[in-house]
Design a protein around this ligand. Structure first.
Ligand code: NAD
Length: 277
C-alpha cells in the first residue's frame, strides 16, 4: 500500500544500495519521501535510485563511506543542495559481506581488523551520520533518526563478535538522541531486526541453517525486507510522533522465547507420535 504519509519529507538511508536498505528506500519513496540512496557501492546506489525514479519517485544516489567524516559531511551537503531539508535518517549501513563474516569470529579467534571495521562502519558510521544530520533537523525543529540493530546485539551467539558488540552499542544511540534533542523536536529510535533476508540472500545460506533459524522464529516464516521497511516507515512518519528513545523489536518473536523452546517443541511432537496423539 502506498500513502502520502511522507509527502514532502526527505529521507537519507545508508547502505541502501541493496538488501533491507534498498527496500526501505523503495517503501519510503512509495509513501512520498524523496530519498537519498547512500552506499559505499556507487553502482548499486545508482541502480536503486534509477528504479525509484522510473516509477515516479525522487531519489539521489550518493557514494559515501559512512565511516569517513569527510564523506559524510559531503553527503549531507549534497542532500541539502538537492532537496533542501532532511526529515529522516535511517542508519542502516553495516559491513556484512562474506569476507567480513569469516573474520569476525569468536573472541579468541577474532581478526582485529574485522573488529575495527565493524566498529568503524556499523557504529562510528551511525554516529557520524547522526552528528551531521541532526543539526539540520534542529534548524527545522523536527526529525526522526532510526538505527538498525539486531537480536545479535541483545543475546550471546557463537561468532560475529564485532557485529554483535556494535549492534548492542547502537541500542544506546536512540536513547541519547531522544535525551539530547527530544525537546527540540528530534526523535531517536532503533529497530531490532530478526532474520529478514533479501531474496538473493536466501541462496547464500545453507538450507539447514535457514531451517534452524526458521524454527527459532515464532512466525510461520522468516521476515521479509518489506516487513522491516514498513516498521521503518512507521518510525519515520508522524504516526510514531510519541515514540522516541526506544528499540522497536521486529523479529518474529526470535528474541522473546525460552532458549529451550525449539527442543521442547520437538520433544512434545515426538512424545505425541509415540502415544499416537
Ligand atoms: N537482513 C537481516 O536479516 C538483518 C537482520 C538483523 C539486522 N539487520 C541489519 O539491517 C541492516 C541491513 O542489513 P542487510 O542484510 O540488508 O545487509 P546488506 O549487506 O545486504 O546491506 C548492507 C549495505 O551497506 C553497505 N555498506 C557497507 N559498508 C558501507 C560503508 N562503509 N558505507 C556505506 N555503506 C556501506 C553495503 O554496500 C550494502 O549495500 C544492517 O544494519 C543489519 O545489521 C539485518
Amino acid at each position: 500500500m502506498t500513502t502520502d504519509k511522507l509527502k514532502d519529507r526527505v529521507a537519507i538511508i545508508t547502505g541502501a544500495g541493496g538488501g533491507l536498505g534498498a527496500e526501505c528506500a523503495r517503501v519510503l519513496a512509495s509513501h512520498g519521501a524523496a530519498v537519498a540512496i547512500v552506499d559505499i557501492n556507487q553502482e548499486a546506489a545508482e541502480s536503486v535510485a534509477a528504479e525509484i525514479e522510473s516509477v515516479g519517485g525522487q531519489a539521489i544516489a550518493l557514494r559515501t563511506d559512512v565511516s569517513s567524516e569527510d564523506d559524510v559531511k559531503a553527503m549531507v551537503e549534497q542532500v541539502m543542495s538537492r532537496f533542501g531539508r532532511i526529515d529522516v535518517l535511517y542508519n542502516n549501513a553495516a559491513v556484512l559481506d562474506v569476507g567480513q563474516r569469516q573474520k569476525d569470529r569468536d573472541i579468541c579467534n577474532l581478526d582485529m581488523d574485522a573488529f575495527d571495521c565493524a566498529v568503524a562502519v556499523n557504529l562510528r558510521g551511525a554516529v557520524l551520520c547522526s552528528k551531521h544530520v541532526i543539526p539540520v533537523m534542529l534548524k527545522q525543529g523536527k526529525g526522526s533518526v532510526i538505527f538498525a540493530t539486531s537480536g545479535l546485539g541483545a543475546q550471546g551467539d557463537l561468532s560475529l563478535t564485532g557485529y554483535a558488540t556494535t549492534k548492542a552499542a547502537l541500542n544506546m544511540l536512540p536513547k541519547l538522541v531522544a535525551a539530547q534533542y527530544g525537546k527540540l523536536g528530534v526523535r531517536g529510535n532503533a529497530v531490532q531486526i530478526g532474520l529478514a533476508p533479501a531474496e538473493n540472500a536466501h541462496s547464500s545460506m545453507p538450507p539447514e541453517l535457514l531451517s534452524i533459524l526458521r524454527d527459532n522464529h515464532l512466525t510461520p516464516e522468516l521476515g521479509t525486507p518489506r516487513q522491516i521497511a514498513d516498521v521503518v516507515a512507521f518510525l519515520a512518519c508522524d504516526e510514531s510522533s510519541f515514540v522516541t528513545g526506544t528499540t522497536l523489536v521486529a523479529d518474529g518473536g526470535f528474541g522473546s522465547h525460552t532458549p529451550s523452546l525449539v527442543a521442547m517443541r520437538a520433544f512434545f511432537e515426538q512424545s505425541e507420535g509415540r502415544t499416537g496423539m
